[in-house]
Design a protein around this ligand. Sequence first.
Ligand code: ATP
Ligand code: MG
Length: 369
Amino acid sequence: MTVGVIGGGQLGRMLALAGYPLGLDFLFLDPSREAPAGRVAPVVHGAFTDPQPLKWLSRECEVLTFDWENISVEALRKHASGARRARICPPVPALATAQDRVAEKRLFERLGIPTTRWRAISSRSQLERAVREVGLPAVIKTRRMGYDGKGQMRISTAEEAQQAWQSLGSVPLLYEEWIPFDCEVSIIGARSTHGQTVFYPLNGNVHADGILRLTRAPFGPGRWHRTAVEYLTRCLEHFRYVGVLTIEFFVRQGRLIANEMAPRVHNSGHWTIEGCATSQFENHLRAILGLPLGSTRPNGHSAMINLIGEMPAREQLLEFEGLHLHDYSKEPRPGRKLGHCTLVEDSASRRDRLARRVLAQVAPAVRVS
Ligand code: ATP
Ligand code: MG
């Protein structure tokens, strides 16, 4: 059985690596000759908007999924209305919602999930109104195509708001209150074609410059997890979702405030490869193929550290006892996710001690609180 994956990045590659033991085959679509998935599976090269390779993928595969959010919903919709077609999971409406920050905010509000105060802005006068009504400090984000903090500017004054307008104002924007959060968390769950659901322990996430650096799990008190599961369930049911879905939250004074959702496997769930009975990648595949979902029981206390911009020497990392290294085979570039490493320990304090030692070598600016 062949799974077609639109996008051949590290997420797709980890999907394939999780699927081979289940006897699955994979076929990727990616424009790049250097796509990380190309090291482990065949890749059809073509633009995500090109109907031809999509048709081809659809003919060759039982089911289509994606590892990248900024693919063309238009092309997918066209494909979905064609004659011979594979199923697309997760559902295209969930992808369309996640692609537009305004649609995402509206969904959270409609489902009673607390989120940040926000305004859609597409003119200077709307910007000025947002500054008055939502207040400062704030963050201005492009509605579409954002990832790893790209297309975002934090502003503290009305002048900075004008400057942000100068550099971002050519496309539709979201104006959002700045949350002085105590921490950030994310919840990852899966829903299968049969409506079975599973949820992973809560992730505690540390970002720097808009990019995830460190995840620790299980994280936070049980009531945070219960609240996050409740909110995620509402989204899963709303879309009659199939596959893995993630919601990121800010936590302020014990309250979870939804930041955004991701209709795919998520960077904050990479620790589940070694840290859980069944990884998020395997459960995504099980979910979309209608197989029973696997246990999300944690194997201990895990930390995942992203390797960003340059790859440390392998010898240096593997020196740490118990460290699991994942090198995505990508060309180094500032701010680029090149790999990650995972630690699984039998107590949170041992895990944090080891994480501090690894971080001191690979990302000294990141603090474990
Ligand atoms: P990704 O898709 O990689 O998660 P993104 O580009 O969609 O990132 P966001 O999740 O919106 O970006 O923001 C990245 C990070 O920037 C957040 O995790 C948080 O640390 C910070 N941030 C974003 N918006 C706010 C806000 N309103 N208040 C406080 N911090 C924020
Ligand atoms: Mg985010």
